[in-house]
Ligand binder design. Sequence first.
Ligand code: MEV
Length: 422
Amino acid sequence: MSFSKFYNKTREERLNILTETGFLSEESSKLFANNSPLDEAVANSLIENQLTQFPLPMGVALNFIVDGKEVVVPMVVEEPSVIAACSNGAKFMTPKGFTTTIHERALIGQLILTGLEDFPAAKKIIEEHQSELIAQAALSHPSIVKRGGGVTSIETRILNNQQGQPEFLTIHLIVDVKDAMGANIVNTILEGCRPLVESWIGGSCLMSILSNFNDHSLVTATCEVETERLTTATMDGQLLAERIVAATRYAHLDPYRAATHNKGIMNGIDSVLIATGNDARAIEAGAHAYASRLGHYGSMSNWQLDGTRLIGELTLPMPVGIVGGAISVLPMAKANQELLKCQSAEDIARVILSVGLAQNFSAVKALVSDGIQKGHMSLHAKSLAIHVGAVDQEIDRLAALLRQEPTMNSVVAKNLLKQLRD
Ligand code: MEV
């Protein structure tokens, strides 16, 4: 497919290419071209105290092959270099691309009970009444059951306080929400089940709410690259691969580094979440909780060497949706689903994990070789040009001059702009 020199094309040309290659319909292309600010009624219905709309740029990451299919990935992000790094990372994985696995797809709703006389007895009652609880859940949200979803199983846990005494009984309802984001479905079911549970075991329900630590929605992406492809003018590919592996081992050991390593992964993931109308905050929370599941916070990704093959793996909870929440009312989210050619929530989850892995690969590869500033500052040149007042064609011309400078800052940029204008 010809995305050659996509970055050099005008916005109109890029949209034409995507329409001609069948990734976008004429209608969505027009929507993108006209910037489609949200309908006033939609904006007012989504949030409170709505004042205005806050534009962020959206671009596409290229070179993605996910489970054998070519994917164009919409990303909404304000940080220069994220999309370039992501596309560049994905290129190293071609032609095989990324392989993904959906381990399971279900949400978790928590009913948290306290003030119980006998915790083990209460736990047993819930375990013995599982089918009645599932039936009550179905009554509380019949439409999800009609669509083939609903509560599929129940888990119970007793949590002790610091003195080692049981203080809470937590019931997890595992809910199949089909292709929805599902938060409202789960919370409705929980509130519908709550009085029944209290009537069986006494005590009181402290609260009921969906859990964002969703280890029932794990998705894995893997990829591999022959180390010789990593060889640069200044570094041997095998050595670079060893350094990527060491950097990941380090991120497993040091939470100070893990947070930054994982931020790089979330750069890509959040950008696609926003572009598809998903709740990025929920996924962030779940991802970081999952990265702490072993008792300390570590790297979300793994990179290993098998001879001359560098193998990457990323597993995270990814309970995204293609309907429900804001998705159904955000036209751009719908158009981006079309761009992604996704048929199901699982399709989006597969792409998102691949994007996270590509983003991580690029960041760590740069960090253990040239350092991040070289590429970053080169892409930052345009923002800097705008920041110091460049307009229209001046932006590209000033950015090009800035890239030739040993140091790039606003003083240098202002001087160059003055020279350009003189
Ligand atoms: C910057 O947005 C992201 C990085 O800091 C990620 C990393 O350090 O791995 C470059």
